[in-house]
Design a protein around this ligand. Structure first.
Ligand code: ACO
Length: 428
């Protein structure tokens, strides 16, 4: 029964009016099994473009309530993780279900830190082959797939220890690959990882070190918080891609390259790049109203606003706004911030955005911080992909252990022409 003292059953009954056949199945956690349809008629399918109403898996990793603006990893609220944890600890939590003990964390940090180097041929034979102005995200996506060719044993998904090794490698080498793609794109020599540094400090050092360089502790922590906020977000487009490709038992490097490709799109992780470009195009506070009016007329979208699941303020956007204040105290304020604030204020008062429940998402302010920290706009999606690797891998691992899962293979609604005879070229 749905509630104590309430007689309404937690079931759903579906009747096929063509045959009068009825099936009753349980509703559990707001979900009912699609086997109900197969029981009614095995040739009956649900039309659900973009999976708006379809739960394709069970998952214990991330809980998201879009109406309330709640995000929890393994039960822990994102606000507490962002305040007290580190990215590597959150990665462990996502992958293994519990916060690590002190000794588990120290082993984990050591292991990840000691897998940060990449094979010299990755740079010399692969990365150096890109055109001088290649987009770093395009380079990052292909580098992930190429990295897998150095570890042929990664195809053996039955090897539990081997799987752990690939997870360590992908987490550890993502920042190295990212920094390498950036330095190649600006013609700087590659800087090797420094095992004495924390995960975010090592990344910032590989990015920026030329001669003397010391990471500012505020920026090191800000980078870590941004990594925490981007670590996982349940079945988004990139993670779903990881699961779909992973379901064919492709190796994790190839699956992660596919997930990163999905993230690259401007409707997904590419939005942070689009936000900064949009703010630059708006250019000044007095242009905000005209820009909002154009969006309402269907001339483009307000990038960094709206979300498939959040119909409330994205909790990550709230934390990012705080982080932005801390970063700007060190770097100086990003001149685009005032335009962003005015845009947010205007949109949140406007019936168009209010009525459609469009609020700032994680990408609205993250780009401003990245820019203030010196990252070129082309690197923004790469900065998203580095920490999302832990979420992709957690879901990949969960998928492989899930007995309900098979190779992903949705059905289609065929709407093309019926059978017809081939017409020879001269007769067309
Ligand atoms: N600006 C203006 N209007 C918008 C926006 C926006 N950013 N987002 C949605 N709408 C409008 C749509 O035009 C539509 O209006 P209509 O009902 O009159 O046709 C309505 O709101 C619903 O929009 P959909 O596109 O159906 O919503 P969907 O859930 O498919 O899209 C998405 C979600 C892709 C995130 C969308 O809000 C968007 O394009 N936002 C801008 C891009 C962005 O910031 N992406 C990052 C998302 S977070 C992430 O991936 C990490």
């Amino acid at each position: 029964m749905s509630d104590e003292g309430n007689d309404v059953p937690d079931t759903i009954t579906i009747t096929d009016d063509r045959t009068g056949k009825t099936v009753t199945v349980p509703i559990e956690g707001g979900v009912f099994p699609s086997s109900a349809l197969r029981q009614l008629d095995p040739s009956l399918f649900m039309y659900d473009p973009a999976y708006l109403s379809t739960a394709a898996c069970r998952s214990d990793i991330t809980y998201l309530d879009g109406e309330q603006g709640i995000l929890r990893h393994r039960g822990y609220p994102i606000e507490q993780l962002a305040e007290h944890s580190t990215y590597l600890e959150v990665a462990y939590l996502l992958l293994y279900g519990e916060l690590p003990t002190e000794s588990q964390l120290s082993t984990w940090n050591y292991e990840v830190t000691h897998h940060t180097f990449i094979h010299e041929n990755m740079r010399k034979r692969f990365v150096d082959g890109f055109h001088y102005d290649a987009h770093p995200m395009g380079m990052f996506v292909s580098s992930l797939a190429a990295l897998g060719t150095f570890y042929p044993e990664s195809k053996n998904l039955g090897d539990h220890e081997g799987k752990h090794k690939q997870i360590l490698r992908l987490l550890a080498k993502s920042p190295t690959l990212a920094a390498m793609c950036y330095r190649f794109s600006v013609g700087l020599p590659f800087f090797l990882p420094d095992n004495a540094l924390s995960y975010p400090a090592n990344f910032l050092t590989m990015m920026w070190k030329i001669g003397e360089y010391e990471v500012h502790p505020v920026l090191e922590r800000a980078m870590d918080v941004l990594f925490i906020l981007h670590a996982d977000h349940e079945q988004n487009c990139g993670t779903t891609t990881m699961r779909v490709v992973g379901s064919s038992h492709a190796d994790p490097y190839t699956s992660a390259a596919a997930a990163a490709s999905a993230l690259y799109g401007p409707m997904h992780g590419g939005a942070n790049e689009q936000v900064v470009r949009m703010l630059g195009e708006i250019g000044s506070l007095d242009q905000v109203d005209a820009f909002v009016a154009d969006v309402k007329e269907g001339k483009g979208r307000l990038m960094g606003f709206g979300h498939r699941v959040y119909k409330n303020y994205d909790p990550r956007a709230r934390i990012i706004k705080q982080t932005a204040d801390e970063v700007f105290q060190v770097t100086g304020k990003n001149p685009l911030l005032d335009i962003a604030l005015k845009l947010e204020e205007t949109a949140l008062k406007d019936a168009y955005f209010v009525g459609r429940k469009l609020y700032p998402n994680v990408d609205f302010y993250s780009g401003l911080i990245y820019q203030a920290m010196g990252f070129p706009v082309d690197m923004f999606t790469v900065l998203f992909a580095i920490p999302r690797m832990s979420g992709w891998l957690a879901h990949w691992q969960e998928l492989l252990d899930d007995k309900d899962q098979k190779i992903s293979r949705p059905r289609q609604w065929y709407t093309g022409v019926d059978e017809r005879d081939y017409v020879k070229l001269g007769d067309r």
